[in-house]
Design a protein around this ligand. Structure first.
Ligand SMILES: Nc1ncnc2c1ncn2[C@@H]1O[C@H](COP(=O)(O)OP(=O)(O)O)[C@@H](O)[C@H]1O
Ligand SMILES: CC(C)(COP(=O)(O)O)[C@@H](O)C(=O)NCCC(=O)O
Ligand SMILES: [K+]
Length: 244
């Protein structure tokens, strides 16, 4: 069994895999890491491997205290990936984006793919049907937008994510909800439509903590898969074993 851990900028997500099946999944914060992993290992003694993707806020050393019987695979830029990386600065490309691109490449063979990860940031990643990673975009995520409006102004309150009642917000809170939620929906639909001008056909994968909330509201019909990064870690791990 494999334990996959995704360390994002907001939350840590984990899942236990038996081949391609998720047996159980978890969400926790940075200060709970050690205790949670210990607990998972106690409940799933069959777990032999740990595979980790971190956006940089936790390092490999942070995992060395964990149970010695576990083989730890900390994904890094030095690993072999199933795509050709055409990013101009491959060393600064987020590990999470490399794992998502790997999952898209391995799961959707010979297709153009656009991965949208709605987490702390919204990341867009495009991998063409020749398995070349082209890049994409980074913009502020849903919660980051609410927090930025509050943190960088004198008068704007910090609001929780809410569905805007109207497109034309007729109060301060309605204006914020419309600006943030409708703004982000239009951004994502806009990006997808721009890609459609260049590539007539591509598969869209929408993932991340806000993917379910956003999927329902997009004009483009997309199914959200909030587990896609963890599934991609599992696929990348299997790919690495095969190519070792
Ligand atoms: N309990 C929660 N705590 C924090 N964010 C949450 C929670 N539930 C949903 N979210 C949403 O998930 C987003 C973060 O998604 P996530 O994929 O976990 O980010 P990251 O991978 O960057 O850590 C936030 O924008 C927030 O709106
Ligand atoms: C863009 C990100 C901050 C997204 O992080 P997340 O929202 O998944 O927590 C992360 O992928 C990152 O630090 N990237 C480095 C810059 C780059 O990808 O070019
Ligand atoms: K992201």
């Amino acid at each position: 069994m494999l334990l996959a851990i995704d360390i994002g900028n907001t939350r840590i997500k984990g899942a236990v895999f038996e081949n391609d099946t998720v047996i159980e999944s978890f969400v926790f914060s940075k200060n709970e890491l050690e205790k949670k992993i210990e607990n998972i290992l106690k409940n799933f003694p069959e777990v032999t491997h740990l595979v980790v993707a971190s956006v940089g806020n936790l390092e490999k050393e942070d995992f060395l205290k964990i149970d010695k019987r576990l083989k730890i695979d900390f994904i890094s830029h030095e690993d072999q990936f199933p795509f050709e990386n055409l990013y101009a600065t491959p060393k600064t490309l987020g590990i999470d984006r490399m794992v998502l691109a790997s999952g898209a490449t391995l799961q959707f063979k010979n297709e153009n793919r656009l991965v949208i990860d709605a987490g702390t940031c919204i990341t867009y990643d495009f991998i063409n049907d020749k398995n070349q990673y082209l890049g994409g975009a980074i913009s502020p995520g849903l919660r980051l937008r609410y927090e930025s409006l509050h943190n960088f102004t004198a008068k704007l309150p910090l609001l929780k994510v809410e569905n805007p009642e109207n497109f034309i917000g007729n109060s301060t809170s309605e204006s914020i909800h419309s600006g943030v939620v409708n703004g982000l929906i239009n951004e994502i639909d806009g990006f997808i439509n721009e890609y459609k001008q260049i590539y007539p056909k591509f598969t869209i994968i929408l993932t991340g903590g806000d993917s379910d909330f956003l999927a329902k509201r997009l004009k483009n019909t997309i199914f959200a898969n909030s587990n896609f990064l963890l599934e991609s870690l599992n696929h990348l791990f299997q790919y690495k074993i095969k190519n070792d």
